[in-house]
Design a protein. Structure first.
Lengths: 114, 110
């Protein structure tokens, strides 16, 4: 069964460093998302991406964040200068349509900023 | 602004019980509602999707209902098993993005 894959599963980085989290969405899906979950808190929407551009972003998704689909399969989230409060589980998701179809999530990347 | 709430936050039941998890949302203008399962430290596994035009969906021992007018959804789990122990999340969607509740952590005791 097709699945969303994320790498790495765990990333430790020093405060101020740049990190890139990688995702391979399901191949025939057109809508891509990033969410994050701080330990013990709700899963929060960060950004949605369609047709090679951001379609919606949350207040969390400030200038430190960017997303890219560098080729036909990968979808990346870059954090330019990590802060301690960026420590969280980051989930990538994809769906066939914007509405009416299931969103499928990857297993997540646990980002620890020290 | 859409807000999603799940009650109870935690639930412990003996094996074999039927149980109901509750989800409420403040904005009834949703396109769909999705239920997920999350095991500790793991990703989100989609369980059921209910589109706004539907009243319920079933998959195996799971049945999810949706009442848009009252802003409620329920997940019914029949004949619970220890393997059902996990956190169950509901999420409402009205622009493609999902707005999540805080989850119900279920423990099913053998």
């Amino acid at each position: 069964e097709p699945e969303v894959t994320q790498t790495p599963s765990h990333q430790v980085t020093q405060m101020g460093q740049e990190v890139i989290l990688r995702c391979v969405p399901i191949s025939n899906h057109l809508y891509f998302y990033w969410y994050r979950q701080i330990l013990g808190q709700k899963v929060e929407f960060l950004v949605s991406f369609y047709n090679n551009e951001i379609s919606e972003k949350s207040e969390i998704f400030d200038d430190q964040f960017s997303v890219e689909r560098p080729d036909g399969s990968n979808f990346t989230l870059k954090i330019r200068s990590t802060k301690l409060e960026d420590s969280a589980m980051y989930f990538c998701a994809s769906s066939k349509k914007r509405e009416g179809t299931e969103a499928f999530f990857g297993q997540g990347t646990r980002l620890t900023v020290v | 602004k859409q807000e999603v709430t799940q009650i109870p936050a935690a639930l412990s039941v003996p094996e074999g019980e039927n149980l109901v998890l509750n989800c409420s949302f403040t904005d009834s203008a949703i396109y769909n509602l999705q239920w997920f399962r999350q095991d500790p430290g793991k990703g989100l596994t989609s369980l059921l999707l209910i589109q706004s035009s539907q009243r319920e969906q079933t998959s195996g021992r799971l049945n999810a209902s949706l009442d848009k007018s009252s802003g409620r959804s329920t997940l019914y789990i029949a004949a619970s098993q220890p393997g059902d122990s996990a956190t169950y999340l509901c999420a409402a969607s009205n622009t493609g993005k999902l707005i999540f509740g805080q989850g119900t952590t279920l423990q099913v005791k053998p």
